[in-house]
Design a protein around this ligand. Structure first.
Ligand SMILES: [Fe+2]
Length: 256
């Protein structure tokens, strides 16, 4: 029943209406320099503290190429590989639109980058967060499938008036999840991988809680959207998270 709501002709609008040209030519030399600064700083900071498919994705997608990536160049590699496409948007999109995009393997990336004076402060996710944080994992086949599934779960949950359930699942995995890899604690979420301040805090601080990940715990654990997280969910492995999420049906999500 819930699946019937995933129709592109709903009166709430279509995700396509939120897409804008990236206008890559409009990025200034300073914008490109800010990308290069953020990229170099974050790669050095992360080292091997992030799940290995993330670093594989950085290489595959040639994200170390200097300057803000253009979406067409990214899509030329990403789309043939996993069927995902990046599109430019001018800022945050409504949750319903965001989940609808994910459900069709479309990922929105901001068409702007933070200013040099705001390297660590963001009012809205910019293209560094979106492209550096999220896109590398979308080159991983199983993760790509999980991200689409979360989109479909999100559309269904919102239609049932329970959007917060899908938002929490998304938040504690895709944005702020941690995962073990060969026994070591690693960053999984894009919000951590792209954050100078929070990446180490999430792994090393004694002042935060780290609890085992399960879809049930994720769905029932609130999060902060305007501050560092007080707790992180730690998956036994990336593969385990993917398997658990893919096994979740919209009906089950509403009853966890
Ligand atoms: Fe994000």
């Amino acid at each position: 029943m819930l699946q019937e709501t995933i129709s592109t002709d709903q009166p709430v609008g279509r995700w396509q209406d939120y897409v804008v040209p990236q206008c890559w030519e409009a990025f200034t030399d300073d914008d490109h320099a800010v990308w290069d600064l953020l990229f170099a700083r974050q790669i050095e900071l992360l080292g091997s503290r992030v799940v290995s498919p993330f670093l594989d994705g950085i290489d595959l997608l040639k994200l170390s190429h200097p300057g803000v990536p253009d979406v067409e160049g990214l899509n030329a590699i990403l789309t043939p590989r996993t069927g995902w496409t990046t599109v430019a948007v001018p800022g945050l999109v409504p949750d319903e639109i965001f989940f609808a995009m994910l459900g069709e393997r479309v990922f929105p990336v901001g068409n702007f980058i933070r200013r040099r004076e705001q390297l660590d402060y963001l009012e809205a996710p910019d293209c560094f967060h979106d492209m550096f944080g999220h896109i590398p994992m979308l080159a991983h086949h199983d993760y790509a499938e999980m991200a689409e599934h979360i989109g479909r779960l999100g559309v269904a949950a919102i239609a049932a008036g329970e959007g917060h359930r899908a938002a929490r699942l998304y938040w504690h995995s895709v944005e702020f999840g941690l995962a073990r890899e060969a026994g070591e604690l690693k960053i999984l979420g894009a919000g951590l991988a792209s954050s100078f301040g929070e990446s180490h805090l999430s792994l090393e601080s004694d002042a935060v809680e780290r609890l085992p990940f399960s879809v049930e715990r994720a769905v029932n654990t609130p999060y902060k959207h305007d501050a560092f997280q007080p707790r992180y969910l730690v998956s036994e492995s990336l593969e385990r998270t993917i398997a658990e999420v893919l096994a979740l049906t919209p009906e089950e999500l509403l009853n966890l």
